[in-house]
Design a protein around this ligand. Structure first.
Ligand code: MN
Length: 424
């Protein structure tokens, strides 16, 4: 973890400027009838989960270029996630991936306590083979033609629930790479039936206070057909399974130019939006830093979420899901958590009564301008003030660089040689 006095020193340099910027923005928002303190309170309460796999350096099909001081164990990963939370105060929980993060529950809980973190949704992994596993997932897992392979995948998911229960998690996220690479390779209907049958067995093992998230993805690793390929199929699954089953939307898992905010609105309307994997993309499942390519799309997603804030029982899970190939993962995750907060704060600034009026009067130009007014507002002072007041850093990336944390862990941790990957 980073020495508290280092954070205070870095804040001392920036605090006068921040206060001036915050006051100026407060005056500006006041003229728009918005209370800056109320927005700050909402931002303060907002949290997003870090994926445990995100703190390692990712890779592509072609290569992986390891970074210095990569985490070797789940305990190293929790240390890195603890630093992200310490500096941003926006990432209070970690989403574990099994079996990568398998460890005794008591040790996980002790480390979480030490690093100030909690545990978010559990993630199962049946998209690769693991040492000692009897049946291969080469041709699928929950939808495999072989009953014993499907059973093995079901049992793995049930084990994820069991591990999660011991550490205070309340959700399981299932993503499978099942599909086909050639027309005719599989019977599309029978494969989906096998998937549904297996997933129902997992659902039957879900504790009553848990949620099950299924994650759709258009293609990759299967390149002709994918079993859970889009939000429509995902909705069918969640509906077939029952009230505790919800759809998870990964921003990168759609065809280019798909209107994701509209998918979000539809799932909200029918009570099936379970949560998000935030990231950004230019072409496909690029897993780039959230808000790095299309921050307006991220804002439009949050516009739908803010619109639905008062819907009864509405509580989607927010997680990042990114692969960092050319940046320090800690820096990318800090920046991304702040981008998500930014989109949330900007969406809170939209005058919804005015927007509704323009919509009802078919004033397209003024309606779209209402959104732009929110998006164009520089909310940085709100985010920085919220961080600082909770003990975080006004400038997390500068404070992190000043701390020398990366050099420290590079000297301590043995180099990671593995191929990594497995980012979904
Ligand atoms: Mn994902």
């Amino acid at each position: 973890m980073i020495d508290k006095t280092l954070i205070e020193q870095s804040n001392d340099v920036a605090i006068a400027r921040l206060k001036a910027d915050y006051d100026a923005l407060g005056e500006h928002l006041d003229r728009r009838g918005i209370d800056i303190a109320a927005i700050k309170t909402k931002v303060t309460k907002y949290g997003i989960a870090i994926p445990s796999w995100g703190v390692g350096t990712g890779g592509t099909r072609f290569a992986r270029f390891p970074g210095g001081g990569e985490p070797n164990t789940i305990f190293d990963k929790l240390d890195d996630c603890g630093v992200i939370q310490q500096l941003t105060r926006a990432t209070p929980s970690v989403s574990l991936h099994i079996p990568w993060d398998k460890a005794p529950a008591a040790d996980l809980l002790a480390k979480a306590e030490e690093t100030g973190l909690g545990f978010d949704a559990m993630n199962s992994n049946t998209f690769q083979d693991h040492p000692g596993q009897e049946h291969s997932y080469k041709f699928g897992s929950l939808s495999h033609t072989d009953a014993d392979t499907r059973q093995q995948a079901v049992e793995h998911n049930l084990e994820c629930i069991e591990i999660g229960q011991a550490i205070g998690s309340k959700a399981l996220t299932i993503w499978v790479g099942d599909g086909s690479n050639f027309p005719g390779q599989t019977n599309l209907t029978r494969q989906f039936d096998r998937y549904l049958d297996a997933t129902k067995q997992i659902y039957a093992g879900l504790p009553s206070d848990w949620r099950l998230f299924t994650e759709h993805k258009m293609f990759e690793p299967a390149f002709y057909s994918t079993v859970v390929q889009d939000w429509g199929t995902n909705y069918l699954i969640a509906t077939e399974l029952g009230d505790q089953a919800y759809c998870l939307v990964d921003l990168g898992h759609h065809a280019p130019n798909v209107n994701i905010e509209m998918i979000v609105a539809r799932l909200i309307r029918f009570g099936k939006l379970g949560g998000f994997h935030f990231n950004d993309s230019k072409y496909g499942d690029d897993d780039l830093d959230t808000g790095s390519i299309d921050p307006y799309r991220l804002f439009l997603v949050f516009n739908e979420l803010v619109e639905a804030e008062n819907v009864k029982g509405f509580d989607p899970a927010h997680m990042l899901d990114q692969s960092h190939n050319v940046t320090d993962p800690i820096e990318s995750l800090m920046g991304s958590a702040i981008e998500v907060q930014r989109a949330y704060a900007q969406a809170l600034l939209v005058d919804r009564a005015a927007l509704n009026g323009f919509q009802d009067n078919n004033d397209a130009l003024m309606a779209t301008n209402m959104l732009k007014v929110g998006f164009r507002t520089d909310v940085d002072p709100i985010l920085a003030m919220a961080r600082m007041e909770q003990g975080g850093a006004i400038d997390p990336i500068q404070a992190y660089r000043n701390s020398g944390y990366r050099d420290h862990v590079t000297a301590q941790r043995p180099a990671v040689a593995g191929a990594g990957g497995g980012i979904v």
